[in-house]
Design a protein around this ligand. Sequence first.
Ligand code: FAD
Length: 350
Amino acid sequence: MIGAGAIGLGTAWHLTKRGHYVSVYDPRLNAPVQRQGSANDLSGTSASLGVLMGHVFRRSSGRGWRLRRRSMELWPQWIETLQVHQPDLKLHLGLLQIPEDERTAERMASLAAQRVDLGLEIVSKEALNKVWPTASHGGLHSRHDGRVDPLLLQLALRQALAGQSVDLNAEAVVHLERNNNQWSVHRADGESTIHDVVVLSTALTTDALLEPLGHARAMTPVLGQALSLQLTTGPTSWTHWPSVLVDQGFNLIPTSPGRLLLGATVEPGDCASADPLILMRSLNERAPAWLRTATVVSHWSGLRARPVDRPAPLLEELEPGLILASGHYRNGVLLAPATAEWVAAALEQP
Ligand SMILES: Cc1cc2nc3c(=O)[nH]c(=O)nc-3n(C[C@H](O)[C@H](O)[C@H](O)COP(=O)(O)OP(=O)(O)OC[C@H]3O[C@@H](n4cnc5c(N)ncnc54)[C@H](O)[C@@H]3O)c2cc1C
C-alpha cells in the first residue's frame, strides 16, 4: 500500500482484516496527525472536514452513486470497530442542504420523495428559522449523512494497523519496477522490497510513480480552505442544528458550544489566498451576522487531487498486480470504505 491517507489506511486495514499481509509506505507515518502547516504540508485527509454527503448525491445510477451508497452502508460498522482505538470517533449524523433558488429546491423535493427510505426529507423555511433564517426555500435534510472527524479516523486506523502487526514504513516510494510476476518497491532511503501486489493511493504524486511504467494518470491540484471559528455573538448552543449545514457549497460544522468549522473548495491551483476571511465573506449575502463577526481560531488549506480528463475517483487495475485507488478529489473520506472493498475485490478476483 503506497500512501497512508484515508484511502491507503482504510484499504490497508480492510485488506488486513481479510487475511492479506500488508506493508504500508508513507513518509507522513512518522508525523503526528494534525492540521499545522500550509497546503503542501497537509495530506488531503488531514485538511478535510470529513463530511459524508452520501445520500444527497444528485444521480441515482452509475458508479458514483453505487460507491456512495455502499460507503454509507459500511460507515456505521467501520466506526463501531474503530472506536476501540479512538472512543471519541463518532458518526455525527444529520446533514442539511440549503437550496440556492426555487429550481434547486424543486430538485431537492423530488430527490427527497424518491429517497424517503434512505432518510431524506424536506424541511420548511419556517422550521429552519432558528437555524438558518436566510433559507428562503427551506432545506433538504439527510438523516444518515453527516460527518466523521478525519484526524481521529486516521489515528484510529493507524492504531488498528499497528495492533495487527502491519508493516508500517515511514518512507516515500521513489520508483516501482516490475520483476517477473512481482514488484520491486524502491524507497527514498535506498532500500527496496518485493511485493506481489502494489496499491497506489498517493493522490497528487501518483503520476510520478506511474509514468515511468507507461501509465499516464495526471492529476491537478484543487485547493480547499477551512476555518475554525469562535462566535462572539449568536447561538451559544447548537440544539436545533444538524451535524453539517451546506449552503452554496460551504460546509458549516458545529464542533462545540460557540465553535464551528467552515470550509469549501475554492480555487483551482495550489496557492491559498492570503486572507482567510475571504471564505467567510463570500458567504456574505446569506451569512447571519454572528458568522460574519466570528473570530478566526485557525485556518488551513489542503489540496485535492482531481484526475485530468477522467472521472474521479480512479479505481483501476492497470496491469496484473498494479492497482490504482486514487484521485478521489472531493470525497475521499466519504468513499474510503467502498474504495477499500473495491480494492479487495480487484485483488481477490480469480
Ligand atoms: C479543505 C478540504 C476539505 C475536504 N473536505 C472533505 C470532506 O468533507 N469529505 C470528504 O470526503 N473529502 C473531503 N476532502 C477531500 C479528501 O480530503 C480527499 O478526497 C481525501 O483525503 C483523499 O484521500 P487520499 O488518501 O487519497 O489522499 P491523501 O490524504 O492526500 O493521502 C495521500 C498520501 O499519500 C502519500 N504519498 C504521496 N506520494 C507518496 C510516495 N511516493 N510514497 C509514499 N507515500 C506517498 C502522502 O504523503 C499522503 O499521506 C477535502 C479536501 C480538502 C483539501
